[in-house]
Design a protein around this ligand. Structure first.
Ligand SMILES: Cc1cc2nc3c(=O)[nH]c(=O)nc-3n(C[C@H](O)[C@H](O)[C@H](O)COP(=O)(O)OP(=O)(O)OC[C@H]3O[C@@H](n4cnc5c(N)ncnc54)[C@H](O)[C@@H]3O)c2cc1C
Length: 377
């Protein structure tokens, strides 16, 4: 059985940011770190989703990436946009892969899915479908959005944009894209650019502009000190209120409006209340205004379930070791993001401690710093 100092469950942005910090800031040798994830390569979910919607630039700025050096991207790349120097998707991804390579983490990858973890005399014993790994420290980074949500009114006719089987390039004819956030906007723009698609962007609330998906104040001590003084319930309410899900950057809204003016895209504020498929294959959406829309495809860009990430194998772990959880089911953590003896979490699982930025790249950096500080003590 392989033994490591650090086993990271989940090789997405969060897990790999922690891995790079453990290498660079805590000096943990690469062969003492393992990352377990069902995909063939790191950052697979992020790559698949951002490529699928053809997101050209990140929403976050040039200082947010996998490295502890804030200027890492600026030193290496030259493809940035606007006053916040938002990195291009390809440059961000390529630099991330270079960083992982330079950290010597290519042999740390174990392609498997974790199904169980238990305490052992050396720390933790973690079971994948095909592997067992023993580790001194266990870090959970299983992501936050694995279960796509399609509103009942659109079921069963809509497909979720992040359904692995959905390919926007295969969409032709009249197409309805449902949602008001960046996934919906990028998808509608992509379809509007295709000669054989006629997209309608259907959104229920007025389109909202926000440069970032939470106020940058949540990265600093002032707002975070107030957050850390709140009880768990207030923290959860604050997370709901402060995350600007379903918003988009100003430049993306301008792009949508330009395409609308050019007659390549219809933008409609309304809400689907039911859907029917006709014999000719067309899908009809009945709208709350009393109107209806017909299309060949309906793509739901409507987010993910809010349930505890990894709940199928985390719930038994929580029960077995009476791990502290808030009423919302999410972990109650120490400031170093430790849940219990040498069991750490990051990303969505750490949001009651890291605050509204927890699920983003900036949150990944903040979480990694805290974990590494505690590991170096
Ligand atoms: C289209 C899009 C654009 C975005 N743009 C930005 C941006 O510009 N800036 C920003 O800051 N944020 C952005 N985000 C948000 C942010 O990038 C993501 O929230 C972030 O990638 C989440 O990282 P993660 O590691 O938590 O999750 P994931 O990327 O989902 O990675 C989690 C990994 O854990 C694995 N896993 C899960 N369960 C198990 C298990 N039992 N065993 C082993 N492995 C497991 C999964 O397979 C997955 O590979 C964007 C998100 C999307 C979808």
């Amino acid at each position: 059985m392989k033994h490591v100092s650090w086993l990271i469950v989940g090789g997405g942005i969060q897990g790999m940011t922690a891995a790079v910090h453990l290498r660079r800031k805590a000096g943990i040798p690469a062969d003492k770190i393992a990352v377990i994830d069902p995909h063939a390569e790191p950052l697979a979910v992020w790559k698949e989703r951002t490529e699928k919607i053809r997101m050209p630039y990140l929403r976050s700025s040039f200082v947010h990436h996998l490295s502890p050096d804030p200027l890492e991207l600026e030193k290496r790349g030259d493809s940035f946009l606007g006053r916040y120097k938002r990195p291009s998707r390809s440059m961000f991804y390529n630099t991330s892969m270079d960083l992982l390579h330079e950290a010597g983490l290519q042999n740390s990858w174990i392609q498997d899915t974790v199904v169980k973890a238990e305490k052992s005399k050396d720390g933790w014993k973690v079971y994948g479908n095909n592997t067992i790994v023993s580790t001194t420290n266990l870090l959970l980074a299983p992501g936050g959005g694995s279960k796509p949500i399609i509103p009942e009114a659109l079921q069963p006719h809509a497909v979720h944009v992040y359904d692995p089987a959905f390919d926007p390039a295969a969409v032709t004819g009249r197409a309805i894209v449902v949602g008001g956030g960046i996934s919906a906007a990028h998808t509608a723009v992509f379809l509007a650019e295709q000669a054989d698609a006629e997209p309608v962007l259907l959104h229920r609330r007025p389109l909202q502009v926000s440069q970032f998906d939470s106020d940058p104040g949540w990265l600093g001590p002032k707002r975070m000190q107030a957050f850390s003084r709140m009880d768990d319930r207030s923290r959860r309410t604050c997370l709901h209120q402060e995350r600007r899900t379903g918003s988009m950057t100003r430049e993306l809204l301008f792009k949508l409006r330009r395409m609308e003016r050019a007659g390549r895209l219809t933008i409609l504020q309304d809400e689907a209340v039911s859907s029917t498929r006709h014999e000719d294959g067309m899908i009809e959406l009945a709208l709350s205004s009393g109107c209806s829309l017909q299309a060949e495809t309906v793509t739901a860009c409507t987010g993910f379930s809010r349930e505890l990430p990894g709940s199928s194998w985390l719930k038994p772990l929580i029960e077995a070791y009476s791990l502290p959880c808030a009423d919302c089911g999410y972990p109650k953590l120490s400031p170093s993001l430790m849940w219990t003896d040498r069991l750490y979490v990051t990303g969505a699982l750490a949001e009651l401690e890291i605050g509204p930025s927890a699920r983003n790249i900036a949150g990944a950096q903040r979480a990694a710093r805290r974990i590494v500080e505690s590991a170096s003590m």
